[in-house]
Design a protein around this ligand. Structure first.
Ligand SMILES: *Cc1c(COP(=O)(O)O)cnc(C)c1O
Length: 417
């Protein structure tokens, strides 16, 4: 295989880093390591060093690395029918759409609900923007989003993303978006006061890139009432928080987050394919589901048979192996373990299931992440004072315990340096 790929040369980290720097566009900064292999919750770098992967490709590898059921399903589908274009349909695509319609709303999506497949979270959100704009028309052109929100980097999705540094180099954004203070019901009510032409409110039930922040109880219920009253759509970006990541299929299914509110549109990606790129936009009910008609949107790769097989296999394993409960248990173990640390750099833990942040008392998250990597753990400095943990759902109790046991020494090394 390595001969086919032309990577037979036995390069080490230094050589790979040099080649990376002269071949790859510098959009991400230098990579932390060059990884060559993964199995379960572990990955190995080019020099053979093993790491426990507590980030899972940013909340993507739900089943860990090289899960045999997932790779088997992908391989079998690829050997049967790989790509066909959306002039045609495939059984896996149809079956995955049906499965998502069962999962996105407890007890099943309402009559008339439909799915649009994409290859990424950004594309799912881009489709959501187009759906909302077409639904709102010229009467209701404005979208509402939240401060701290992250929804992707294409220009439509970027309009929804809050961070100014991501947008400033690119001039005027194509979509009229107003960003409201996070979790602030009064600000939400004010935004809807007087009919100002709002097409949709777009929120993450648990903000991921902002540092793992769940919406406060009651917010989504009020958001549902206000959007319904004003003919606006409630769009939930569950790209990071969905597909079991929080111990429920969708983060908004947790009563303290969703309060029973049923959205109009849900965007999914990250964990959906267990590591294979696949995204989806699920529109709930006849109205939202019939906005995008033939000719108004499309994709070449979206919903291809292999991506759909990856989604089906991932969902199958989550159900077969009881992984939603495992996520809840490991999440509790990590959260209580972090809270019990009594370390001067640790302020606490927040998040739901296996979408967690270790809150730090000082803005040293990048140093902590570096020290953790040197100690054999992949984590992420999601904010200056927050370390994100988003491990595979198959993380074992012993693996979580290993991390908790080594964490004080990691933190000590940062404090003394
Ligand atoms: C990652 C993410 C996106 C973008 O998804 P990509 O697959 O990177 O395009 C959008 N919304 C949220 C909430 C995300 O976490």
């Amino acid at each position: 295989m390595s001969e086919v790929l032309g990577v037979t040369a036995q390069a080490g980290e230094v050589e790979w880093q040099r080649r990376y720097g002269s071949a790859l566009m510098n959009t991400f900064g230098p990579p932390q390591r060059v990884l060559v292999r993964g199995e379960g919750c572990y990955v190995w770098d080019s020099e053979g060093t093993r790491y426990l992967d507590l980030l899972a490709g940013i909340a993507v590898n739900a089943l860990g690395h090289a899960h045999p059921t997932l790779t088997g399903a992908i391989g079998a589908q690829l050997n049967t029918l790989g790509h066909i274009s959306n002039f045609f349909a495939s059984p896996t695509q149809i079956a995955l759409a049906e499965r998502l319609l069962q999962l996105v709303v407890p007890g099943g999506a309402p009559e008339g609900s439909r799915v649009f497949f994409t290859n990424s979270g950004t594309e799912a959100m881009e489709a959501a923007v187009k759906l909302a704009r077409k639904h709102g028309g010229t009467e209701r052109p404005r979208l509402l989003a939240l401060e701290g929100g992250f929804h992707g980097r294409s220009l439509g999705a970027l309009s929804l993303t809050h961070k100014a540094a991501y947008k400033e180099p690119f001039g005027a954004m194509p979509v009229d978006v107003v960003h409201l203070p996070f979790g602030d019901v009064a600000a939400l009510e004010e935004a809807f006061a007087g009919d100002v032409g709002i097409a949709a409110l777009v929120v993450e039930p648990v903000q991921g890139e902002a540092g793992v922040r769940p919406l406060p109880p009651g917010y989504l219920v009020r958001a549902r009432e206000l959007t319904r009253e004003h003919g606006a759509l409630l769009v939930l970006d569950e790209v990071q928080s969905g597909m079991g990541r929080t111990g429920a299929w969708m983060a908004h299914h947790h009563p303290e987050i969703g309060g029973g509110a049923v959205p109009d549109v849900v965007a999914l990606a990250k964990g959906l394919g267990g590591g294979f790129p696949v995204g989806a936009l699920v529109a709930l009910g006849e109205g939202p589901a019939s906005v995008l008609t033939p000719g108004t949107h499309g994709t070449t790769f979206g919903g291809n048979p292999v991506a759909a097989a990856a989604g089906l296999a991932t969902i199958h394993v989550i159900e077969r192996d009881g992984l939603l409960d495992a996520v809840t248990e490991r999440g509790e173990q990590l959260r209580t373990g972090v809270e019990a640390l009594d370390h001067p750099l640790v302020a606490g833990a927040r998040g739901v299931g296996l979408l967690l942040a270790i809150e730090l008392t000082a803005p040293v998250a990048p140093d902590v992440a570096r020290a953790a990597l040197d100690a054999g753990y992949v984590v992420n400095a999601v904010a200056p004072t927050a370390i994100r943990l988003a491990p595979p759902y198959v993380l074992s109790q012993a693996q979580a315990a290993d991390f908790l046991a080594d964490l004080p020494a990691v933190l000590d090394s940062v404090r003394s340096s």
